[in-house]
Design a protein around this ligand. Structure first.
Ligand SMILES: NC(=O)c1ccc[n+]([C@@H]2O[C@H](COP(=O)([O-])OP(=O)(O)OC[C@H]3O[C@@H](n4cnc5c(N)ncnc54)[C@H](OP(=O)(O)O)[C@@H]3O)[C@@H](O)[C@H]2O)c1
Length: 313
């Protein structure tokens, strides 16, 4: 099968077209013929070798953890989907090798849900990792409730643009930080208030104890200073670095790190929210599979509106 693979860790030039054996269909496998693969910042980390300590890694390595396509074959134990179903998947495994920058990927039922009817396959391929992350932050880690005020840092990016919409769907009032040129985009997503992090100090603008919960996709000083704006009894969830829990606890704030996990039920629930019109995906760029290096360049530049996705012919 045709794929994009790397033979060693390194720069974008390592991403090369390759002809590799088709995945085997084991007893629990769902073989997907891919139409699209979302590109995420973690793919850059995988390519550069920054995740070697976390995952057994093998070469040639096909990057990519996001997928959408059509079920081509299923193993004998699989009852969740059938050949011909359109699906989307968060295809992160316990090892790194057989990713989604390819014509075919084999996953298991825990990775997969039926594609939302309202999304094209290309749109659906951009959703799973960032969408599930936002879902697990808003509904699991923060358990956002109606009437709360939620501050989303990095609100215009892949995870952020979903987090804004999911918090709005939960009934929250959302404040987003982003560059000024992204503020119209944030308002379209439902944010009530936007803060230009380049020229404004969000903690000074908001004042002490003004928000119930913070979504942190930025880390560093942004995370540290969030302590100033969260009320006593409030929460923070970060997806970039584990917070200093003691420091937050001293202000009666529950702070935690979230690492997104594959969860077929939650992916299906997220898909239902697309079909109910509560969430949409914004595609920053659609790029053909063989130009994956260009897609990595866009993601590395770090200022997307929404998602970058590879299209797979
Ligand atoms: N733990 C997990 O499971 C998990 C899951 C997904 C992602 N992540 C990590 O989370 C981070 C974000 O992922 P992503 O896919 O959303 O990335 P992304 O699409 O590149 O978005 C990042 C956003 O951050 C904004 N930003 C940069 N500096 C900022 C600052 N100082 N204040 C406010 N906003 C700022 C940028 O917005 P502007 O364009 O407005 O500058 C950009 O839109 C990455 O580090 C990724 O690796 C972790």
């Amino acid at each position: 099968m045709h794929a994009i693979a790397i033979e060693r860790f390194g720069g974008r030039e390592e991403l090369r077209p390759a002809e590799l054996p088709e995945p085997l269909v084991g007893p629990d496998a769902i073989l997907i013929r891919l139409a699209a693969a979302g590109v995420n910042p973690v793919d850059i980390g995988v390519r550069e070798g920054r995740l070697q300590q976390a995952f057994p890694t093998f070469f040639p390595l096909i990057p990519g953890w996001d997928a959408a396509g059509v079920v081509e074959a299923v193993g004998p134990s699989v009852t969740e989907v059938e050949i011909g179903d359109e699906v989307f998947a968060y295809a992160r495994k316990d090892f790194v090798r057989d990713g989604t920058y390819a014509e075919l990927v084999a996953v298991t039922p825990r990775h997969v849900a039926k594609k939302p009817r309202s999304l094209s396959l290309v749109e659906a391929g951009a959703v799973p990792l960032a969408g599930l992350t936002a879902y697990q932050v808003i509904f699991d880690a923060l358990a956002v409730e109606e009437g709360e005020t939620v501050l989303v840092h990095g609100a215009a990016g892949g995870v952020g643009h979903f987090a804004v919409q999911l918090a709005v769907a939960a009934g929250a009032r959302v404040i987003g930080t982003a560059r000024a040129r992204n503020h119209d985009f944030l308002r379209e997503l439902g944010a009530e208030r936007c803060i230009d992090y380049e020229h404004e100090d969000f903690a000074a603008v908001l004042g002490r104890g003004q928000v119930d919960a913070v979504v942190d996709v930025v880390g560093g000083e942004t995370q540290e200073r969030s302590v100033e704006v969260i009320r006593e009894g409030g929460r923070l969830a970060s997806i970039v670095m584990p917070p200093d829990r003691d420091r937050f606890a001293a202000h009666d704030i529950a702070a935690r790190y979230v690492f997104v996990r594959p969860d077929a039920d939650e992916l299906a629930a997220l898909g239902a929210m697309f079909d109910a019109g509560q969430v949409r995906v914004h595609l920053h760029a659609q790029i053909p599979l063989d130009d994956a290096a260009q897609a990595h360049q866009l993601v590395e530049a770090g200022h997307p509106h929404g998602k970058v996705v590879l299209t797979i012919p």
